[in-house]
Design a protein around this ligand. Structure first.
Ligand SMILES: C[S@@+](CC[C@H](N)C(=O)[O-])C[C@H]1O[C@@H](n2cnc3c(N)ncnc32)[C@H](O)[C@@H]1O
Length: 217
């Protein structure tokens, strides 16, 4: 199903119209200036890939579908580790109240989220450190291509670290029937998460699909 959706998003004229709709919501000249300044600064897998506007709008649209937002509106959404902010940008364009979180001091992400009008706050997630206590909770909390779990390092989060994080999400961020959607990066050993972590997420009632974990509160 996802393959069909992905193919559809890549090829159909309906999909292209949808991309054009989102592109019409941003200042193209200013985007061109940002792209020209950053497109060679950190080549793939670095952040310069995010200057490929059409490609990443399509990916954000496929994420929108993947998390089940199609035909929904008016939800509160928090996107953690948002990077350039394409996902909260399209959520806002579709009538949701989207916010985003990312580390401070990344000039490309700062400029992109500013361009896209993303309501972002700065916070660097650290293992066993509480999440910021905000004055609101969210219907949907997402994290795509997760790096805050010390991805691809010796400090990669295990069950304890995720347990602390999930407990904080439940305590401070999630509305009573919220959804938490986590999409993992592949680790150097080829897996998205260990068997132990899979078991833990299962014990939390998660729905696990390939690289993604979905928890309904
Ligand atoms: C691979 S990018 C993914 C960006 C975006 N979610 C996407 O799917 O395109 C990883 C993001 O996580 C952010 N990040 C890394 N470490 C973090 C931390 N400790 N706390 C919060 N965000 C973090 C990075 O700044 C970056 O925006």
């Amino acid at each position: 199903m996802n393959f069909i959706k992905t193919w559809f998003l890549k090829n159909s004229s309906v999909a292209n119209q949808e991309i054009d709709f989102h592109k019409s919501k941003l200042d193209r000249a200013r985007f061109g200036d940002i792209r020209d300044r950053y497109k060679n600064e950190s080549p793939d897998p670095g952040f310069s890939k995010y200057t490929e506007l059409d490609r990443f709008l399509k990916i954000a649209l496929s994420h929108y579908d993947l998390v089940g937002l199609t035909n929904k509106t008016g939800l509160s959404v928090l996107d953690i580790g948002t990077g350039p902010g394409y996902f909260p940008f399209i959520c806002s364009n579709f009538g949701h109240a989207a916010r985003a979180m990312d580390v401070p001091n990344h000039s490309f992400y700062n400029e992109m989220t500013d361009l896209l009008g993303v309501n972002r706050f700065e916070h660097s997630i650290q293992a066993f450190e509480p999440l910021p206590q905000l004055s609101q909770r969210f219907d949907l909390i997402t994290a795509f291509a997760i790096c805050f779990n010390c991805h691809a390092s010796d400090a990669l989060w295990g069950v304890e670290e995720w347990g602390f994080f999930l407990s904080d999400i439940r305590k401070y961020m999630a509305e009573p029937k919220a959804i938490l959607f986590l999409k993992f990066n592949r680790e150097p050993n080829g897996s998205f998460f260990s068997d132990e972590l899979r078991e833990y997420f299962n014990s939390e009632g998660a729905n696990i699909n390939y690289d993604s974990v979905r928890i309904e509160y």
